[in-house]
Ligand binder design. Structure first.
Ligand SMILES: Nc1ncnc2c1ncn2[C@@H]1O[C@H](COP(=O)(O)OP(=O)(O)OP(=O)(O)O)[C@@H](O)[C@H]1O
Length: 242
C-alpha cells in the first residue's frame, strides 16, 4: 500500500501539494487527474522518494519512504512524463534490462522480461537499436517498458499516453489492464480522464494541490453524471471536446 499522510510539497513560494492524504491499496487502479499545475506530478514523486514532502509523510508497505528509499523504489516503479533523463544505457535492450539486472535476476528471466515489456509497447525485436536514434514517442515507449520489466508492486505512470500513436496507446492500455487484473497496483497521472476511466477503480482529482474529488468508478460503464460534471468543472472533462 502507498499511503500519503497530510503531504505538502512546496517550491519556494509555490505550494504544489497542499496537505494531501491519500491511500492507494495493493492492486488498486487509480486515475490521478487534474488540470495542468494541480500538483499531480509533485504528489506522485513523493511516492518513491524523488520528491521529499515538506510536511507530512509517505509510507509504502508501511515503511517510511524517506528512510527506506531503495525499498520504495523497488515497490513503486515510476515512468516520467519526460523520459529524456531516465535512460541508463545506449541501446533499447540494455536499457530495459538494466532494472531487472540490478534486481539480480537470472539471465533467462531478464531476457523474458525485456521481451515481454518491449512487446507491451510495440517495440519488440528492437533491442539492438540505439536510444539516441529513436523518436520522442519511441523513447516514451522504452521508458514504459523499463518500468514494466521491473514488475513492481505499484506502477506509477505520469501522462503515459502523451506522444503515443493510437495503436500504441491501445497496446499500453491493454497491458495496464492485464497488469491490474494480475494484481499490480497502477496509478495513472493524466489530464485525459477519458483515456483511463474504464480501467480505473477510483478517480482522484487534484485542484490547486488539494483533493477536489474522489470517486469510485470500478465496474462503471459510464461514471455517474454528477462525477462527470464535477470533472468538467475541474477542467478535466471526460471527453476532450467538453
Ligand atoms: N521544480 C519545480 N520548481 C518550481 N515550481 C514547480 C516545480 N515543479 C512544479 N512546480 C510548480 O508546482 C505546481 C504543481 O506542479 P505539478 O507539475 O506537480 O502539477 P501537475 O498537475 O503534474 O501539472 P502538469 O500536468 O502540468 O505536469 C505548478 O504551479 C508548477 O509550476
Amino acid at each position: 500500500m502507498i499511503e500519503a499522510r497530510n503531504v505538502t510539497v512546496s517550491y519556494d513560494d509555490v505550494v504544489a501539494v497542499d496537505g494531501v492524504t491519500l491511500r492507494v491499496s495493493d492492486g488498486e487502479f487509480l486515475a490521478l487527474v487534474g488540470a495542468n499545475g494541480s500538483g499531480k506530478t509533485s504528489l506522485v514523486r513523493t511516492f518513491n522518494g524523488l520528491v521529499a514532502p515538506h510536511e507530512g509523510e509517505v509510507r509504502v508497505d508501511d515503511l517510511d519512504v524517506g528512510s527506506n528509499p531503495v525499498a520504495a523504489r523497488t515497490a513503486v516503479g515510476m515512468v516520467f512524463q519526460d523520459p529524456r533523463d531516465c535512460f541508463v544505457a545506449a541501446t533499447v535492450g540494455d536499457d530495459v534490462a538494466f532494472g531487472p539486472e540490478n534486481l539480480g535476476l537470472p539471465r533467462p528471466e531478464i531476457r523474458d522480461r525485456v521481451e515481454s515489456a518491449l512487446a507491451a509497447v510495440r517495440m519488440d525485436g528492437r533491442e539492438a537499436e540505439r536510444i539516441d536514434a529513436l523518436s520522442g514517442g519511441e523513447r516514451a515507449r522504452v521508458a514504459i517498458a523499463g518500468a514494466l520489466a521491473m514488475e513492481p508492486a505499484h506502477l506509477v505512470l505520469d501522462e503515459p499516453f502523451a506522444g503515443l500513436d493510437a495503436p500504441t496507446r491501445e497496446t499500453v492500455r491493454d497491458r495496464l489492464r492485464a497488469l491490474h487484473r494480475d494484481g499490480t497496483g497502477v496509478v495513472v497521472v493524466t489530464h485525459e480522464v477519458g483515456s483511463v476511466i474504464e480501467l480505473a477503480d477510483r478517480v482522484v482529482a487534484l485542484a490547486d494541490g488539494e483533493i477536489a474529488l474522489e470517486a469510485d468508478v470500478s465496474g462503471d460503464a459510464a461514471p455517474d453524471p454528477a462525477v462527470a460534471d464535477r470533472l468538467t468543472a475541474l477542467g478535466v472533462p471526460l471527453h476532450e471536446h467538453e
